[in-house]
Design a protein around this ligand. Structure first.
Ligand code: MN
Ligand code: MN
Length: 456
């Protein structure tokens, strides 16, 4: 099943399964516009499948299902295996943060009778793609009294949307002579919030009106926005893409398509030989930093906690041994071969839509800088697992040599001396407000992850 188009192999029953799987994914993606919301959706599905929060657990034994939540932005879940945890885990990892714009700490200002919100973009974006499209606001405002208010504006069809303006073509002579990187400046990615002055207010009346609306709806004042995380993201749900409905268009496939398929694989595994794990991390798009990124001690501590709960002594040292004996698929999206931009890809080492789960021996830039570069001994083992389960899979690297590149979380787990390989789905329009994936690839990734978790 290496480098074959998955659709060609499906009978009508399987095709129905593929389409049904994509429906579940579209629901997840539409509800998971931020890392916090992705954690919420993941926990909902974990609870439904009998997983329990580790905080309510006193001990664990083979077959048990537990999860850990880290600061509402990072989650890992485990199905305890027959073998001891120190014999190694089967780990599926993906990230749940996506490129977007974040409101600044002091965001709201008024200029010429418009109330606007200053933003700072997060992750790598082509700024010109984010103007003149409907945008939604999602996030939290944390107040001094210890309470947290959830903000969600722009998804309900009855909600207003916001957006970022661009210059009319008629007056764009100077603008269009700039390079694409400068056509829209980062400091100009400001969101329009309103245009109506508050009656009886003399100065900054439009801004005052917006603050009044926010106060009425959320009970917050301007200073509360200092301790907030409000993300500006494309509004609206994920949709079928193409007249044949073979693809999904949506915001945040990178990397929620890998997160969802990894999570669902773990949800469907019962009594595995090796302890199965799905870890979903934040902050990948800005270097996997901080408490909720892949570089955090959180994951290592979670494994140590599990070892302690299974009645063992010396859990931290044993967690190190467990990680060294583990195998991991670090899943992130690949650059799907695009016929309109074929010049940046090496056809023999590209990811093709509907050819299934993509493996990347290495990622990185220039001379593989920043890459994990998986061991061939491990890659061979992975190939056998995929072939034995008749999973469609392919190999790729991110574009031609010296065209660019990208990083993943693979090397961070590799630092624990575990066997890690990059895997994932091909995507078009990576980091754009509307990204595209194939439904066949979603399904093959899920099947590949199940095969990996149940491997000997
Ligand atoms: Mn990614
Ligand atoms: Mn990315």
């Amino acid at each position: 099943m290496y480098r074959t188009n998955a659709w060609k192999n499906y009978d009508s029953k399987q095709e129905k399964e593929v389409m049904k799987f994509a429906e579940g994914y579209k629901e997840f993606l539409s509800a998971s516009k931020t890392e916090r919301l992705a954690v919420k959706e993941a926990v909902k599905r974990l609870n439904e499948k009998g997983f329990v929060n580790v905080d309510s657990v006193k001990s664990v034994k083979p077959g048990d299902k537990v999860y850990f939540v880290n600061k509402n932005k990072n989650v890992c879940a485990f199905v305890l295996g027959e073998k001891k945890i120190t014999e190694g885990l089967r780990i599926l990892g993906a990230h749940i943060d996506s490129p977007r714009m974040d409101l600044k700490e002091h965001p709201i200002y008024q200029r010429n009778e418009f109330a606007l919100a200053d933003t700072h973009y997060y992750g790598g974006i082509k700024k010109y793609q984010w103007v003149t499209i409907p945008l939604a606001l999602h996030g939290v405002v944390c107040k001094k009294d210890g309470t947290t208010v959830e903000v969600n504006i722009g998804e309900d069809p009855k909600d207003p949307v916001v957006g970022i303006s661009d210059l009319l073509i008629h007056l764009a002579a100077d603008q269009l002579s700039k390079t694409a990187a400068r056509v829209i400046e980062g400091e100009n990615l400001d969101v329009t919030l309103g245009n109506k002055p508050l009656k009886g207010e003399d100065s900054n009346a439009v801004k005052a009106n917006i603050l009044k609306i926010l106060n009425k709806k959320y009970g917050i004042d301007e200073e509360d926005l200092v301790s907030a995380e409000i993300e500006v993201v494309p509004a609206g749900p994920a949709r079928d893409y193409g007249l044949d409905k073979s693809m999904v268009a949506g915001y945040g496939h990178d990397d929620r398509c890998c997160a969802y398929t990894s999570l669902l694989a773990l949800l469907d595994v019962e009594n595995p030989e090796y302890t199965g794990c799905c870890v979903l991390v934040d902050k990948e798009e800005i270097g996997s930093v901080g408490a909720t990124g892949a570089q955090s001690r959180f994951f290592e501590n979670a494994i140590a906690k599990l070892i302690e709960l299974s009645g063992e002594k010396d859990p931290l040292w044993k967690a190190r041994i467990a990680m060294e004996n583990s195998k991991m698929l670090s899943s992130d999206v690949s650059a799907g071969y695009d016929p309109l931009y074929s010049g940046v890809s090496d056809p023999n080492n590209s990811a093709y839509f509907s050819y299934g789960l993509v493996f990347n021996k290495y990622t990185g830039s220039r001379g593989k800088s920043g890459s994990n570069d998986a061991n061939p001994e491990y890659y061979a083992w992975v190939r056998k697992v995929m072939d034995d389960a008749k999973v469609c899979w392919q190999n790729a690297e991110l574009g031609k040599v010296d065209q660019g590149g990208g990083g993943t979380i693979a090397y961070i787990l590799g630092n624990y001396n575990m066997n890690v390989i990059d895997a994932g789905l091909p995507v078009h329009n990576m980091h754009a407000p509307m990204e595209i994936v194939s439904k066949a690839d979603l399904f093959e990734a899920y099947r590949g992850y199940v095969a990996f978790l149940t491997s000997k």
